[in-house]
Design a protein around this ligand. Structure first.
Ligand code: NAP
Length: 332
C-alpha cells in the first residue's frame, strides 16, 4: 500500500510514528506493507517514491535540509507522479471553504487513490458530492477519525451492525466544551474563568469559537447524520447553540434536581441540533473531562453507547491507521 500523507502536524506526526513502530506487526498480522512515499507541508514535501525513512523525518531538526525535502512541492500538482494507492488528508479543518482538504480529496480521487481523512471540513460541507465522486471513480473515502477521534463509530456500523437501521445519534462530540462544563460544575466557576484556564493548559484554542459555539460538534453531527442516518444534510442544517451563556447558577439549579448540563449533539427525526441539554446524574452522558460519548439507537441491536477519547495525536492516528489498513485489505 503506497500512501501520501498531507499534513505534518499533531495527527500526521503521530501516524508516522505509529507506522514506523508497528510496521512489523502490520506485515505479520495483516500481510500489508505500507510505504509512505510523500509527506506534505504547506511549503513543500518529503518525497521518496521508494518509501520514506519515517523515523528520520519525524526526528529531523531542520526539515528543509533533508535530502528528501522538495521545496514548494504541492500535492495537487504532483499527485500524478507519486504512483499512490491512498491519500491521507490531515490538514486543518475549515468549515467555511473546506480548503485545502477539499481540493486534496478531489485530486486524490481523480488519480484513482482511495482517501482517508481526519479533516471534518470537506465532509461537513460536501458529503453527498464527495461520496458520489468516489463512487464514480470506484474508490473509497474513509473518515473514522473525523468524529470522536479514537471511537470506532463508522467502522462499528459498517462492519458490525450490518443491516441495522440507525434511528438516532446523540452525543458529546467536543472534548473542550465537556472539559469546560465539567470544571464549571465541579468548581462552581464562571465560563470565562474556566475557558482561560483551558486555554492556558492547551485544552482550548486561542480562538475558542470552533469549540464553545458548537461549530466543531455541528460539523461532526453532519458527518454522522449523512453516514449513519443516511440523511443528506449540510453544516447549515444544524440548529446550533453554544455554551457561552451557561452560568454557575444554572448548573447549580440543575444539580439540585439531579441533572447536569452537557453540550449535546442530537440527530433525530430529521432534526439536527447542537445545544446545552440536561442529562441525569449517573446517565451515560454524565462523563466528565474531555471524553466523548456517542449513543446510537438502532432497530436491531437497540441502544449502544460508546465512550472514549475524542482527540489526541495517537488516539486519532489509531482510527486513521485502521482506515488505511481496511483499504489495503480491500485492495488485495
Ligand atoms: N488533533 C486532534 O486531536 C484531532 C482529532 C480529530 C481530528 N483532527 C483533525 O485532523 C486534522 C489534522 O489535525 P492536526 O491537529 O494534526 O492539525 P495541525 O497540527 O494544525 O497540522 C496541520 C498540518 O496541515 C498542514 N497543512 C496546512 N495547509 C496545508 C496545505 N495546503 N498543504 C499541505 N499541508 C498543509 C500544516 O503544514 P505546516 O506544517 O507547513 O504548517 C500542518 O502540518 C484537522 O482537520 C483536525 O480537525 C484532529
Amino acid at each position: 500500500m503506497r500512501i501520501a500523507v498531507i499534513g505534518f502536524g499533531t495527527v500526521a506526526k503521530s501516524l508516522l510514528k505509529v507506522l514506523a513502530e508497528k510496521s512489523k506487526l502490520i506485515l505479520d498480522e495483516y500481510g500489508v506493507e505500507i510505504k509512505t512515499v510523500g509527506v506534505f507541508k504547506k511549503d513543500g514535501a518529503f518525497i521518496n517514491t521508494n518509501g520514506l525513512d519515517l523515523e528520520k523525518i519525524i526526528n529531523s531538526q531542520n526539515y528543509r535540509s533533508e535530502e528528501e525535502w522538495v521545496e514548494a512541492a504541492n500535492f495537487n500538482k504532483i499527485a500524478g507522479e507519486l504512483n499512490c494507492d491512498c491519500a491521507v488528508e490531515l490538514t486543518p479543518t475549515n468549515v467555511e471553504t473546506s480548503e485545502p482538504g477539499l481540493s486534496h480529496i478531489k485530486t486524490a480521487l481523480g488519480y484513482g487513490m482511495d482517501v482517508v481523512t481526519a479533516n471534518k471540513g470537506p465532509l461537513a460541507l460536501y458529503y453527498p458530492e464527495l461520496m458520489e465522486l468516489a463512487r464514480q471513480v470506484k474508490r473509497r473515502i474513509l473518515f473514522e477519525a473525523t468524529v470522536a477521534g479514537a471511537i470506532p463509530l463508522f467502522n462499528l456500523v459498517r462492519n458490525t451492525l450490518r443491516a441495522n437501521r440507525i434511528i438516532s445519534v446523540k452525543g458529546i462530540l467536543n472534548g473542550t466544551t465537556n472539559y469546560i462544563l465539567s470544571r464549571m460544575t465541579s468548581e462552581k466557576l464562571p465560563f470565562k474563568t474556566v475557558l482561560k484556564e483551558a486555554q492556558r493548559l492547551g485544552f482550548a484554542e486561542a480562538d475558542p469559537s470552533y469549540d464553545v459555539d458548537g461549530i466543531d460538534a455541528a460539523a461532526k453531527l453532519v458527518i454522522l447524520s449523512n453516514a449513519l442516518l443516511r440523511k443528506e444534510c449540510r453544516f447549515k442544517d444544524v440548529n446550533r447553540q453554544g455554551i457561552r451563556d451557561i452560568t454557575p447558577e444554572a448548573i447549580e439549579l440543575a444539580r439540585k434536581d439531579g441533572f447536569l448540563i452537557k453540550h449535546l449533539a442530537i440527530s433525530e427525526d430529521g432534526v439536527l441540533e447542537v445545544a446545552p441539554r440536561l442529562v441525569e446524574v449517573g446517565s451515560s452522558f454524565a462523563v466528565s473531562g474531555s471524553l466523548n460519548v456517542v449513543k446510537l439507537q438502532t432497530d436491531l441491536a437497540k441502544d449502544l453507547t460508546l465512550i472514549g477519547r475524542g482527540a489526541g495525536g495517537v488516539e486519532t492516528a489509531s482510527s486513521v491507521l485502521n482506515d488505511i489498513l481496511e483499504l489495503a485489505i480491500l485492495r488485495r
